[in-house]
Design a protein around this ligand. Structure first.
Ligand SMILES: [Zn+2]
Length: 247
């Protein structure tokens, strides 16, 4: 079930906190394991250069403890076990400044519905094919959050430089400011979100992986990987809530 719902933007200026934040309209919106909450349309990043956001990192926990996104003025955002991390351009990770706003995120309250081991994979395409086969019996037309912890023979991640105004288009950001980092024999967690094909252009379709090392010091958006045998935990997510800033 796809729900598109406006969330009331609280004028926190009046509340004295000096910023804007989303608040759920009613209690029915309380985060649960069956809903993927998405902050902003994908196009707000890819087409409209909205790189600053409205929702504070501190408020992401209302929507889930697991997810991916883009931090204030770009980089890569990882949410794992309720903590918000930010990969800087060189692949080093810092705990996000909770006062900073976030322009895009997909979050859920992670609860594993089923788990499987994934055989070794020589590249990301091989890895995605295996995950495709594992979700097929459960349906390809829902979202999945997948948590995969293990040791990876190779992990290739990207992040981008912090953006300054005037902002340039996302394609130019990737072309000019992307930094690719490769690690070998690194232990960590893949934070994966799968979106069904029909959800584009509102949200990313297919597999989207972010990585966070076990010491929480390295990570980013995954471009390629090699995997040994790893265990994958799958959370099947039939509901989608899109939170639109009232712009
Ligand atoms: Zn990403």
């Amino acid at each position: 079930m796809v729900k598109v719902r406006h969330h009331r933007l609280d004028m926190a200026v009046a509340a004295g906190t000096g910023g804007l934040s989303f608040v759920p309209v009613d209690d029915e919106d309380a985060p649960d394991g069956d809903t993927l909450y998405q902050l902003s349309r994908l196009a707000s990043l890819t087409e409209h250069l909205e790189y600053e956001g409205l929702v504070k990192a501190a408020d992401l926990g209302k929507y889930g403890d697991f997810g991916v996104g883009a931090p204030y003025r770009l980089g890569e955002l990882n949410v794992l076990d309720g903590k918000v991390y930010q990969a800087l351009h060189d692949g080093t990770v810092v705990v996000s400044d909770l006062h900073q706003t976030v322009p895009f995120a997909q979050l859920t309250r992670f609860t594993a519905d089923f788990s499987h081991s994934v055989s070794s994979a020589l590249d990301i395409h091989d890895f995605e094919s295996q995950l495709d086969r594992l979700i097929a019996p459960h349906g390809r037309n829902v979202f999945y959050a997948v948590k995969i912890n293990g040791r990876f023979p190779m992990m290739m991640c990207r992040s981008v430089h912090f953006q300054q105004k005037p902002f340039k288009a996302m394609k130019r950001v990737i072309a000019e400011d992307q930094v690719i980092t490769v690690w070998h024999n690194i232990s960590g967690t893949l934070i994966a979100i799968y979106g069904p094909g029909f959800i584009r252009p509102l949200a990313p379709a297919g597999w989207h992986f972010h990585f966070l090392s076990d010491d929480r010091k390295l990570g980013g958006h995954v471009l390629d990987l090699q995997a040994g045998q790893v265990k994958a935990e799958f959370d099947s997510i039939p509901q989608f809530v899109l939170m639109l800033p009232e712009t």
